[in-house]
Design a protein. Structure first.
Length: 212
């Protein structure tokens, strides 16, 4: 019975993670977000291409699906269920079966995972993100800082067991998803973040894509 519950948590978590709010919204606005900007199906690229509101809606949608999966996991199997669901939804978000396994980089889902682990971990992750992003003007730096921060904070606050494993695995996957950003940072080619101000011109292709 427990094996079936565990498998159900993983399958449902992965399928929920595979639901991409950014791709759905961008297509409703005339283009696929994966064909603009960085090509990433995440909140940052949505804000870059379609503006602040689109970015926030994507962030909230991605966090909601993660919370939903982890609540199911918690009800069925406690901390082990939270960890299994959190990792499954993160993998689904990054490699969605509904969108040819080309998804986001996991930062928004990672924020939901941090909240599920411990509110203090979430605060630490948010602080790490804004510190990295504001100091460098590069969201990718903030994202990597937040990814590393989730494990550092979990260790600092004494988080153990499945939740700590979730933090470590989540950190590794998010950092891996930012590997191209890290390469550009090393080469000094990573651009600063700039939010879209004129949506119509972007939809018509008059604005150059930003590879970030």
């Amino acid at each position: 019975m427990e094996t079936l519950q565990f498998l159900a948590i993983i399958v449902v978590g992965y399928l929920l993670g595979s639901i991409s709010f950014s791709i759905g919204m961008s297509r409703s606005m005339g283009c696929d977000v994966r064909k603009k900007g960085s090509g990433n199906a995440g909140a940052t690229n949505m804000a870059r291409i379609f503006g602040f509101k689109a970015g926030i809606l994507t962030l909230l949608g991605d966090m909601f699906k993660a919370v939903l999966a982890m609540v199911l996991g918690a009800v069925l199997m406690g901390d082990l269920g939270i960890a299994a669901a959190g990792l499954a939804v993160l993998v689904g978000h990054c490699f969605p079966v509904f969108h040819h396994f080309h998804g986001g980089k996991g930062v928004s889902v990672g924020a939901a995972i941090a909240a599920a682990v411990d509110w203090r971990v979430l605060v630490a992750v948010v602080c790490a993100f804004f510190a990295g992003a504001l100091l460098t003007k590069k969201v990718s730096v903030g994202s990597v800082c937040a990814a590393v921060g989730i494990t550092v904070a979990a260790l600092a606050f004494g988080i153990t067991g499945p939740k700590l494993v979730l933090c470590v695995c989540g950190m590794c996957l998010v950092v891996y998803q930012h590997r191209e950003n890290l390469r550009r940072l090393v080469r000094g080619e990573e651009p600063d973040f700039k939010m879209a101000k004129n949506l119509p011109s972007i939809r018509k292709g008059k604005k150059k894509d930003i590879q970030a």
